[in-house]
Design a protein around this ligand. Structure first.
Ligand SMILES: C[S@@+](CC[C@H](N)C(=O)[O-])C[C@H]1O[C@@H](n2cnc3c(N)ncnc32)[C@H](O)[C@@H]1O
Length: 169
């Protein structure tokens, strides 16, 4: 699933606000948010784009090539956690990213957050998609949701609460 159409311009504004040049994206799918990010970065900008599903990335790749931003994209065909951990093995990578966008398996959002806070520089930005999870985070309970929706809602609520109290953010 692509992020919503209005997320794109919002992302673009945030990227420009922090003068983002080097970014990381977790959850690429067919590359809609990746394309928007690539278009928002300067000519020598770089995006490390991570997704275990190469097939979907390749479906959208012709568009990324057509608009001339392929040189900005470094696709990593892997689940994100092992890649982030590898990056953190080298202290030089700490604070080396200007921004991150997270739109993957929501149950890992807290794990991504802990790693991204180290990888993204102070004054950079970490963006999470789906923080309202279709509005369900404001519901009194989750009784009418199926098991998958319940699990994701709980993970999103946990992240939102954590972010609200995380004094590093
Ligand atoms: C909602 S889609 C991403 C949509 C994309 N950000 C956009 O707006 O165009 C979620 C993606 O997360 C990927 N994903 C799932 N688990 C992942 C993981 N552990 N690490 C990285 N990506 C993962 C899926 O393969 C899927 O392509």
């Amino acid at each position: 699933m692509l992020c919503a159409a209005d997320v794109g311009p919002l992302m673009s504004i945030h990227l420009k606000l922090v003068n983002a040049k080097k970014t990381i994206e977790i959850g690429v799918y067919t590359g809609y948010s990746l394309l928007l990010t690539a278009l928002s970065l300067p000519k020598d900008g770089k995006i490390i784009a991570i997704d275990p599903d190469r097939e979907m990335f390749e479906l959208g790749l012709p568009i990324i090539k057509k608009v001339g931003v392929k040189h900005k994209v470094d696709f990593i065909n892997s689940p994100a956690l092992p890649f982030l951990d590898k990056q953190l093995e080298d202290p030089k990578n700490e604070g080396s990213f200007d921004s991150a966008f997270v739109d993957a398996d929501k149950v890992n959002n807290m794990n991504y957050h802990e790693r991204l806070v180290k990888l993204v520089r102070v004054g950079g930005i970490i963006l999470y998609d789906n923080t309202l999870w279709g509005g369900t985070v404001s519901w009194k309970d989750d009784l009418t949701l199926d098991k998958r929706m319940k699990t994701i809602r709980a993970a999103v609520i946990e992240l939102n609460k954590y972010l609200a109290s995380d004094n590093r953010c």
